[in-house]
Ligand binder design. Structure first.
Ligand SMILES: NC(=O)c1ccc[n+]([C@@H]2O[C@H](COP(=O)([O-])OP(=O)(O)OC[C@H]3O[C@@H](n4cnc5c(N)ncnc54)[C@H](O)[C@@H]3O)[C@@H](O)[C@H]2O)c1
Length: 335
């Protein structure tokens, strides 16, 4: 099998490439990325690759914008599956730069669907979506039939992306699968992200530098924190089980939620940090709770997370500790 991974130099993408390199059923991987993070993430995104030999033999990098992919270039790549991770991923940034988010996350996905429909090879498309599409929980854990009432531009663009992709399946029987990843953390996640870092890398780097850890509001809001190695394993299962997952939407998470306050305390303890935990007013439409129902995913993918939060955090912390001197120039730029 040949696989195209968009956003391959990003957090999910690079970890997914790492897993695919050890997969005997995958003969080659094309990684596509615009490298929009180059300044913000001042280290080689492929620093986490375990099998350097396989990387040299099986992996090709295309530095380009995924929005320029055409039916012809897709056919020339001749891949069996595309895993689409390339996106802008910050909720608050999407409120400050809505047009950019619309363009990359929604219009870009729409364009990709049109090119794929015109292609001769018609590769299986797996789309990385987000639980942010659910909005405030009506019940927990949230299964994939939970109502979708997005509360941010990011969430709207992800839901729209899902919808454009589902139309391909519903109207044309084009093979697709949508995967909603609950909050993922681990090696290679940017600790600055264009000035809008995700919570886990922000807390870890602050803790390692003994700087204050800033918790929004009272910190009682919860998230289902999933370790990246577990998450990308689910994607690897999905590309091999096209017939079982075709047309489906799946959740990836652990089914366990943790409050942001508890997360800050855990990270402080695991890093042996002197940081103070401080509370500040947060964003107005923050979701109070996100926790995944993963029964369907386990049933169709035979997948379940293996790492506990402590195990995942310890491994991630060890990585941030190692790369901190390199990351520090970017850490300094964080607001
Ligand atoms: N990390 C999470 O917790 C999480 C949760 C839910 C959903 N997701 C989704 O998973 C996917 C991957 O997220 P991530 O955390 O790895 O983000 P990331 O920012 O680390 O990776 C995204 C990559 O896409 C690239 N990219 C952005 N726009 C591009 C474009 N137009 N053309 C080509 N490349 C482009 C970036 O350079 C980056 O390397 C996204 O679609 C995101 O919405 C992530």
């Amino acid at each position: 099998m040949r696989v195209l991974v968009t956003g391959a130099a990003g957090f999910y993408g690079s970890n997914f490439v790492n897993v695919l390199l050890g997969d005997d059923k995958v003969e080659s991987i094309v990684g596509l990325d615009s490298y929009m993070h180059a300044e913000d993430f001042p280290i080689d995104p492929f620093n986490i690759i375990e099998d350097k030999n396989a990387f040299a033999k099986k992996f090709t990098l295309l530095k380009q914008d995924y929005r320029n992919l055409t039916a012809k270039t897709i056919d020339n790549l001749n891949v069996d599956a595309i895993v689409h991770y390339a996106a802008l991923v910050s909720i608050p940034e999407s409120m400050d730069k809505p047009l950019e988010y619309f363009d990359v996350n929604e219009y870009g996905v729409f364009k990709l669907t049109q090119e794929l429909l015109k292609s001769k090879t018609q590769p299986f498309l797996v789309f990385a979506s987000s639980p942010e599409v659910y909005g405030d929980p009506v019940y927990v854990p949230m299964d994939v039939n939970h109502s979708t009432r997005p509360k941010s531009t990011y969430a709207v663009t992800k839901l729209a992306g899902e919808s454009h992709i589902k139309v391909m399946y519903l109207w044309y029987k084009y093979p697709i699968c949508v995967i909603r990843n609950f909050n993922t953390y681990g090696e290679n996640q940017s600790s600055t992200y264009r000035g809008y870092p995700a919570v886990v890398p922000a807390f870890i780097t602050r803790a390692l530098l003994n700087e204050p850890i800033v918790v929004h509001n009272d910190g009682k809001q919860t998230r289902d924190l999933t370790y990246v190695k577990d998450a990308v394993r689910a994607y690897a299962e999905a590309i091999h089980r096209k017939n079982s997952v075709n047309g489906m939407t799946l959740n990836i998470g652990t089914g366990i939620d943790t409050s942001i306050k508890e997360l800050a305390e855990k990270i402080k303890k695991l890093t042996n940090s002197k940081s103070k935990i401080i509370f500040e007013k947060g964003r107005p439409a923050d979701l109070p709770r996100l926790v995944a129902d993963i029964k369907l995913t386990t049933e169709v993918l035979g997948w379940a997370p293996k790492f506990t939060l402590e195990q995942g955090l310890e491994t991630a912390i060890a990585w941030y500790r190692k790369v901190l001197p390199q990351l520090q120039t970017a850490v300094g730029k964080r607001q």
